[in-house]
Design a binder for this molecule. Structure first.
Ligand code: HAM
Length: 405
């Protein structure tokens, strides 16, 4: 789990601001749900046999003996909230986004942490493949907006409860013939979660399954039609993508369209965003039968990829250097007045020498400095220095507010 220190927080704020701007343009509204939910919510939605539920949840009993879990992801909590607050009764179509910490007890490495932030999006109530394309367009737009281009979009279809069980049976049969080269994890899970074997990173598992049956070749008519429509709309919107028939997701609620935005810049943690359709999830949690689709972006992974210099932090517009008790007091009043007017102003609070104060102004990256001593107090005039080129102008102290606001 990481601290985001003041030096780095500018990048985070830039990313969050950009998400709010871009998602707002597409009509998405923010939702905030608690970080803690009943454990059962995640078992029922993400799936009992997934890595997240089997191994990675922070689960504990509260003082009443209820089993509670720190949310490992945001989709299930948002669905719980929609059901509990009867949001669908007001409007069966909801477009929501959220920004917040998630928790998974994973083995930490670059780009993988136990508390991490997601920016997530959920569009509820629309089955039309246009919304799939729209969501992916929005993801593409967001990455353009923040200036990250080294990513590619991979899509797949996982079918639905009508066609997947048959495919699943065929895949299990196929894997049964090739158990020996599979890693122990895949040997254990090929019956319970056979699709995950296709996604395993272990080389011998990949080699043993190169000609495994692909789910896209076993889709029912409706899923096949839906998937080709999604691709058609992506082509129309000129959103670049490739179809990756081996891509399966680590959460059980997905049906039909699934996708990942991957990069080769982060080592093995190559997904910067991922998501898909989850028609049936809301109903299985006791709500109305509404379809849904969404994604989540891993914020730490974006921060790792961004050139941090492009985002400037809030340097003061004015640093006031003061010499002598009376001047320090005057500088303090002036600084406060400027701050109230929205000017980023700063000064020294440690009684440092003039030289040290100027060094501090430099270090903070102040745009202007103003030096006040006894003479300046008497005359009511001081020199405003522009730090970029060292040029100075004489200003009246009582006119400074007008000058800088
Ligand atoms: P997910 O694939 O589990 O999907 O996570 C989405 C993204 O969160 C990943 O692609 C990655 O960027 C980031 N992420 C996941 N785990 C970690 C970690 N331990 N450390 C750092 N970053 C991580 C979901 O969570 C779904 N709820 C997405 C979704 C929304 N599907 C539909 N709607």
């Amino acid at each position: 789990m990481n601290d985001v220190l003041p030096d780095a927080v500018g990048v985070w704020q830039f990313l969050e601001r950009s998400a709010r701007e871009v998602f707002g343009t597409y009509g998405f509204a923010e939702i905030r749900t608690p970080v803690l939910e009943k454990t059962e919510l995640f078992c029922r939605s993400i799936g009992e046999t997934t890595d997240i539920v089997e191994k990675e949840m922070y689960t504990f009993a509260d003082k009443s003996g209820n089993s509670m879990t720190l949310r490992p992801e945001g989709t299930a909590p948002v669905m719980r909230s929609i059901i509990q607050n009867r949001l669908a009764a007001q409007d069966p179509v909801a477009k929501l986004f959220y920004i917040g910490p998630m928790f998974r007890y994973e083995r930490p490495q670059k780009g993988r942490y136990r508390q991490f932030y997601q920016i997530g999006v959920e569009a509820i109530g629309v089955e039309d493949p246009k919304i799939d394309a729209q969501i992916l367009m929005m993801l593409h737009h967001f990455f353009n907006r923040i200036g990250i281009n080294a990513v590619s979009l991979e899509i797949n279809s996982l079918g639905c409860p009508a066609c997947r069980p048959d495919y699943r049976r065929q895949l299990i049969q196929y894997l049964e013939q090739r158990l020996e080269p599979l890693c122990s994890e895949c040997q254990r899970r090929y019956q319970t979660n056979p699709l995950r074997v296709l996604d395993c990173k272990v080389e011998s598992c990949r080699a043993a399954t190169t000609d495994a049956p692909a789910v896209v070749e076993h889709l029912c008519g409706e899923c096949d039609q839906h998937f080709s429509q999604v691709r058609h709309y992506l082509d129309l919107l000129k959103v670049p993508y490739t179809v990756n028939v081996r891509m399966v997701r680590g959460l059980d609620y997905y049906v039909r369209t699934t996708f990942e935005l991957v990069t080769d810049q982060l080592g093995s943690q190559n997904a910067v965003a991922a998501g898909g359709r989850y028609d049936g999830l809301i109903e299985s949690l006791g709500g109305p039968a509404l379809p849904g689709i969404g994604f989540a972006i891993g914020l730490e992974r974006l921060v790792l990829m961004l050139d941090q210099d492009v985002v400037s932090t809030a340097a003061p517009e004015l640093f006031i250097a003061a010499l002598g008790d009376a001047a320090v007091e005057q500088a303090f009043i002036l600084m406060s007045q400027l701050q109230v007017q929205g000017v980023r102003a700063d000064m020294d609070f440690q009684g440092k020498s003039l030289k040290a104060q100027m060094r501090r102004a430099d270090k903070l990256g102040a745009v202007h400095t103003l030096i006040i001593g006894d003479d300046e107090l008497r005359s009511g005039q001081a020199q405003l220095k522009k730090m970029a080129d060292g040029s100075q102008t004489s200003v009246r102290l009582d006119a400074l507010l007008d000058l800088l606001t």
